[in-house]
Design a protein around this ligand. Structure first.
Ligand code: TRP
Ligand code: ZN
Length: 475
């Protein structure tokens, strides 16, 4: 599945000199011709997976199954110390593999416990194991690193990556910010399970994805452990460090709800967060079973980030959200976090669905119907939503523009008009079920819709609404 770009340019760059132990191993190998991993003749895995919008994101040649991240952070100095252990499988014979990591200093890299050579070029950390890794082989890469993590400005000007906040820090990773706080295969096509532990000064709290696995204090610091067991794209990973009031409840069906709120937001957020169980149950009714083992929210101060994000299990909000934004981010747990885009070109599969979820919520709760919202958007003056087709965003700076959200939702509404309410409901559930915990692209989606409504002709909807330039004509 992961194709590689041509040879790593890093090949010609000088590798950092290995430490003594590794030198000895290499020398012995040179003398006895034991290199090449017992006959494996690998080539570098390559940098980037040819994403149409972020060609350097992700890497070829391996597939990560699990990340164990042990982090320690001190807000005063903004210093992060981390050990990342990736368990991965080689998808072909590998002499080297690349990870994405932006900024930070790398201290030591091992592969299966043995010192590995490595070098860095831009966002690529290229690791050369002592022995080549044969196709199919499962291996562990451990990277020790530290430094002051970067806040990344993404192509649309938004801040992501590692964001220092008034009382701690916040990691937001869509689309490419996660490489600012841990090395990995930072492309949505390679999902993995995560164990994240974060050590912070005592009195602060660290919240992450999945379920809490305990906290321990020693020498004035507290370690918080989290586990996200189902596959997660790295952009949906988060850590929020700060002063948080925590509330643990369950939905009526027993799904754990873990909510962390900055105390200054607690009063404003109380009523909307109390609706999480209702929203999840409403969404389950429409989209099918909740895909993960817990839910919740993280509410930080309004100035801490410029946008909300559907961080896995526990969406992030800068200040108390309204119900519609809560619905949007929770809908992403199905559409985005469980069914994940294969490339960044397929972002409308996230945002169109999450936006349509808002319309359905309005419709079901005494607001405008989806048809009324569609009609109002269609008739609205201006051409912001017609700037480009949802399935072909006009560059990386436009991935989160109105055509992806509103026009993406309009595509879904056109399908609903074509197939009727019952079939459309079945389709929403079926799409989430078909690609649960997987990846899908726009072609998968149109094929799925066509398969589920045989005899119906969707050609005009795809051509005009999904792929067509400008404002489509209504029939
Ligand atoms: N995906 C987020 C949402 O709709 C929004 C988002 C992520 C975003 N990165 C962004 C919005 C950058 C604006 C700019 O929930
Ligand atoms: Zn969204």
């Amino acid at each position: 599945m992961s194709r590689s770009a041509p040879l790593v340019p890093a090949e010609s760059a000088p590798f950092r000199l290995p430490r003594l132990a590794a030198v000895r191993v290499l020398l012995v190998c040179a003398l006895t011709a034991c290199g090449g991993g017992g006959g494996v003749d690998g080539t570098p895995g390559g940098t980037g997976v040819r994403d149409p919008y972020f060609p350097k994101a992700g890497n070829g040649g391996y597939d990560v199954a699990h990340y164990a991240l042990d982090l320690s952070y001190t807000p005063g100095s903004r210093r992060l110390t981390g050990t990342a252990t990736l368990t991965a499988r080689a998808t072909r014979d590998l002499s080297a593999l690349s990870l994405d990591l932006k900024g930070l200093d790398v201290g030591r890299v091992t592969v299966d416990g043995r010192e590995a050579r490595w070098n860095r070029a831009g966002q690529e950390l290229t690791v050369r194991p002592a022995d080549d890794l044969g196709e199919g082989r499962t291996f562990r890469v451990t990277v020790r690193y530290s430094g002051v993590p970067e806040t990344i400005t993404d192509p649309d000007g938004s801040a992501e990556g590692w964001l220092p906040t008034a009382d701690g820090a916040l990691a937001l990773g869509e689309p490419t910010g996660s490489m600012a706080w841990f090395p990995g295969n930072h492309h949505p096509s390679d999902k993995a399970s995560y164990d994240i532990s974060v050590t912070v000064p005592r009195g602060l709290r660290a919240v992450s994805n999945g379920e809490p696995r305990g906290e321990t204090s020693a020498r004035g610091r507290t370690t918080f452990r989290w586990r996200a067991a189902e596959p997660m794209a790295s952009y949906a990973a988060t850590v929020a460090i700060g002063d948080f009031a925590v509330r643990r409840t369950t939905t009526g069906e027993g799904l754990p709800v873990y909510v962390a709120v900055d105390p200054r937001q607690a009063a404003a957020a109380r009523a909307v967060l109390a609706r999480i169980p209702d929203v999840v149950e409403w969404a389950e009714d429409l989209f099918g079973p909740y895909p993960f083992s817990s839910t919740g929210a993280i509410v930080d101060r309004a100035g801490d980030a410029g946008y909300a994000l559907e961080t896995r299990d526990r969406p992030f909000f800068p200040g108390a959200p309204g119900p519609r934004l809560l619905v949007h981010e929770l809908a992403h747990q199905w559409y985005g976090n469980s069914v994940t885009p294969r490339t960044w070109r397929d972002t409308w599969l996230n945002e169109g669905f999450a936006t349509y979820a808002e319309w359905l919520w309005e419709e079901d709760h005494g607001g405008d119907t989806a048809q009324e919202i569609f009609d109002a958007l269609y008739a609205a003056p201006g051409d912001r939503i017609w700037a480009f087709p949802p399935a072909r965003p006009a560059g990386a700076a436009h991935l989160f523009d109105p055509p992806v959200y509103q026009r993406g939702a309009m595509v879904l509404h056109r399908i609903r008009q074509a197939v009727g309410d019952d079939a459309f409901r079945a389709l929403l559930r079926g799409w989430a079920a078909e690609h649960r915990h997987g990846n899908a692209d726009t072609g998968d989606f149109t094929a799925y819709v066509e398969k589920s409504a045989p005899g119906e002709d969707f050609g005009a909807i795809w051509e005009e609404w999904l792929y067509g330039e400008g404002r489509p004509k209504l029939p």
